[in-house]
Design a binder for this molecule. Structure first.
Ligand code: BTN
Length: 268
């Protein structure tokens, strides 16, 4: 498992034959000291992956890609603006994956979209999940993405999950992984530098592009709040922090969702 294409552009790429969680691995390496900005750990055999909201994430051996990237807020490049844009960084990771897989989906006449906050959907089904975590010392964040590449129906955890192969994309798992990873990292690095940059027009245009990719906007949604309550609403917009602005059915009030989850009602 060489990831030669990716390595040509990201020579410090760490490829592991097996790991419990790429997010945990980066965290351990951070704890051991000396993690450079944009350090990347990847594997096609993650044995105990974490999902959002304390869920797990399954990567069937050799059929999925699990990748985590460390983004330092202060480095040679001044990324300190990102500290106030964490919500956007995690949206950006989903957006980068959308752009990374769209060239493959084109051959089967499909397109990927973002579901707030950072799932990637194709045809209403989830193909990729993203989990971001700000480090306790607030020096940066780890953002992990899990992508289903060649998982068969029996490998997928839910009827609402899919993989590139299930959607008709052909190709060898390892080659697909390498090509997608390279595109993902290039998109992510480009987005990070735009988001951290001082050009406010560029930041605004990136946020616009992310909004245009976000299939949640305009949808009827069920909001699952962190306290266990639920609201029915229509998703309207992304706010300045990357939160989701919804208009509740129960009144004319708008509300910003920054934690919890949402379900697109049309796919229920
Ligand atoms: C979700 O949809 O709930 C988020 C899933 C995130 C999974 C990725 S796989 C790489 C990284 N390492 C982990 O343990 N989790 C993330």
């Amino acid at each position: 498992m060489e990831f030669e294409l990716t390595r040509q552009n990201f020579p410090a790429l760490i490829v592991l034959d097996e790991v419990d969680s790429t997010n945990d691995e980066l965290l351990r390496r951070f704890g051991a000291g000396g993690l450079a900005d944009f350090s990347v750990v990847t594997t096609m055999n993650q044995t105990a992956g974490h999902g959002r909201l304390d869920r797990g994430w399954i990567t069937p051996v050799g059929k999925g890609l699990a990748t985590s990237v460390f983004i330092r807020f202060e480095s040679i490049v001044d990324n300190s603006r990102l500290r106030h844009q964490v919500g956007w960084v995690s949206l950006l990771a989903g957006f980068a994956m959308v752009r990374a897989i769209n060239p493959f989906l084109k051959s089967v006449d499909l397109r990927a979209f973002l579901k707030w906050p950072n799932d990637v959907l194709v045809d209403g089904k989830k193909i990729c999940g993203v989990l971001g975590r700000v480090l306790d010392d607030n020096s940066g964040l780890i953002v992990g993405a899990g992508l289903n590449l060649t998982s068969e129906k029996s490998d997928l955890p839910f009827s609402t999950s899919t993989s590139l192969a299930q959607l008709g994309v052909t190709g060898n798992s390892i080659e697909l992984a390498d090509e997608v990873l390279l595109r993902y990292l290039l998109e992510l690095r480009d987005g990070i530098s735009r988001l951290a940059g001082s050009n406010s027009d560029d930041v605004a245009s990136l946020k616009n592009e992310i909004g245009e990719t976000c299939a949640t906007l305009g949808e009827r949604v069920r909001v699952q709040n962190p306290d266990g309550t639920e609201d029915l609403a229509r998703a309207q917009a992304l706010d300045d922090s990357g939160g989701l602005v919804v208009r509740l059915d129960s009144g004319l009030k708008s509300k910003v969702i920054s934690a919890g989850d949402i379900v697109h009602l049309r796919y229920e």
